[in-house]
Design a protein around this ligand. Structure first.
Ligand code: ADP
Ligand code: ZN
Length: 433
């Protein structure tokens, strides 16, 4: 099912025209209504008229998370406060949060793109959808909530936490959809099992998972454990929240709502635009928002784009899986390592649960690299040789994939801390030294 066929299946040349028109308006709007943008464009010697079309995008200045901090809380708004009807803030773990203001029209756009996502997952009016993303300043809960209401589904606003109740209501209310982080979905899968209620008694069919990077291997794991189809839901606070992109039934790339959020891929070090298909940093310009439009916002997310039409009929550009954020990349003994690479290996090994924790430190000027992995109850054994053999196998696999041999620690089932929101899987002690 397609929520907005006219847009989602629009001819590419028409999409480009629409983007161009909206982009021009946005450039003018921020130039006239937002001082930091005007200043920056003047410094770069660009007037709104210099932006004639998509070919001129690279002339525009970038915006970064730092700008949102520097102009905290409201200096990046392009409308007076009287026009703002909602404030949200990102979950940023350090320092001040990042604030985003929405006009009523912006909230409409958010609901519209959210509706495209949940429709693409096959959900509709008849379905109960449990929203277990956190509600509050974090965009996850309210974003998914309004999306489900827009398609006419019955939203069950659980927020995160209170896991036993989550399972009870999922069962009693016959939830068909579940929206939460992939790591919380894993937690809920275990809780479903523990509840003793047979799987057939649940109606769950669809997962809308996002807010953190996850791998294909994790998708398989979740689909199997929960007996559902697990779809990607992408978004970030600065751009709007969840709904910037979504998978379709093909599960072959995340369609971006590019009539509202214009995507580019740039080289993360130089900022130079990269040709389609190459992996780099994803950059978005919001081209229809009023409250806090952003030009060329650097997401720090690493991925690539695919402009081929999709078998589902949508023509919108597809984003490949996010490798991680530039900031997630660990440099260990000079080797670049993404947690997602470890995740892929760990999910492949039958004896392991998909839970892991990475500890990096520096001792005597040498990086140490420890990976804690959880052994499934049925394989956990006191037999030294069996455990040593398993450990050797894991190290060998990791060595061949990432080119480093970590110190693998096999830990007991359920000993790695579970996450109810975005998982924290890395402790880099070098940052504190
Ligand atoms: P914070 O930066 O504080 O985590 P957000 O809650 O806005 O703020 O998180 C947005 C970020 O979460 C994205 O930039 C991306 O790194 C990550 N993210 C969101 N959805 C996905 C997804 N489906 N796949 C991978 N990463 C995601
Ligand atoms: Zn598709």
């Amino acid at each position: 099912m397609i929520w907005n066929e006219a847009i989602e299946c629009m001819r590419r040349d028409e999409m480009r025209k629409l983007q161009e028109m909206r982009f021009k308006r946005t450039v003018e709007r921020v130039y006239h209504n937002c001082e930091p943008y005007r200043k920056r464009m003047q410094e770069a010697g660009i007037a709104p008229d210099d932006f004639r079309g998509i070919d001129d995008v690279a002339k525009l200045p970038f915006t970064s998370k730092k700008d949102l901090r520097d102009y905290y809380p409201f200096r990046l708004l392009s409308v007076p406060m009287s026009e703002i009807v909602r404030l949200q803030a990102s979950s940023g773990t350090t320092g001040k949060p990042i604030v985003v203001g929405y006009t009523r029209r912006d909230l409409g756009i958010w609901s519209e793109v959210g509706a495209r996502c949940f429709t693409a997952y096959g959900l509709g009016k008849q379905d109960v959808v449990q929203v277990s993303y956190g509600y509050g300043l974090f965009t996850g809960g309210l974003g998914a909530h309004c999306a489900v209401e827009t398609i006419g589904g019955a939203v069950l606003p659980m927020s995160s936490g209170n896991t036993e109740k989550q399972i009870m209501l999922m069962h009693d209310f016959g939830a068909v959809g579940l929206a939460c982080t992939p790591s919380y979905a894993l937690y809920l899968a275990d809780a479903m099992k523990d509840s003793g209620i047979p799987r057939e008694e649940f109606k769950l069919k669809v997962g809308a998972f996002g807010a953190e990077p996850w791998t294909e291997a994790m998708r398989r794991e979740l689909q199997e454990k929960l007996g559902i189809k697990a779809y990607d839901l992408y978004g970030l606070t600065e751009i709007i929240g969840p709904g910037v992109g979504h998978e379709c039934a093909c599960q072959n790339g995340t369609h971006l709502c590019e009539d509202h959020f214009y995507p580019e891929i740039v080289d993360p070090t130089t900022g130079e635009p990269l040709p389609a298909g190459q992996t780099g940093e994803l950059v978005f310009s919001t081209i229809s928002k009023e409250g806090m439009p952003l030009l060329r916002f650097r997401t720090r997310d690493l991925t690539s784009l695919n402009y081929e039409p999709c078998l589902c009929g949508r023509t919108s550009v597809r984003m490949n899986r996010i490798l991680g954020r530039c900031d997630d990349m660990l440099i260990i003994r000079g080797v670049n390592v993404f947690p997602s690479q470890l995740e892929a290996v760990i999910c492949e090994i039958d004896e392991l649960e998909p839970h892991y924790f990475i500890v990096v430190d520096r001792v005597n000027n040498l990086d140490t690299f420890e990976v804690q992995v959880e052994v499934k109850a049925e394989f956990y054994s006191d037999e030294m040789n069996r455990m040593l053999d398993l450990r050797r196998r894991i190290i060998h696999r990791l060595q061949s994939v990432i080119g480093l041999s970590p110190d693998v620690k096999l830990v007991e089932p359920r000993s790695i801390e579970r996450s109810q929101g975005k998982a924290k899987r890395v402790l880099d002690k070098r940052k504190f030294n």
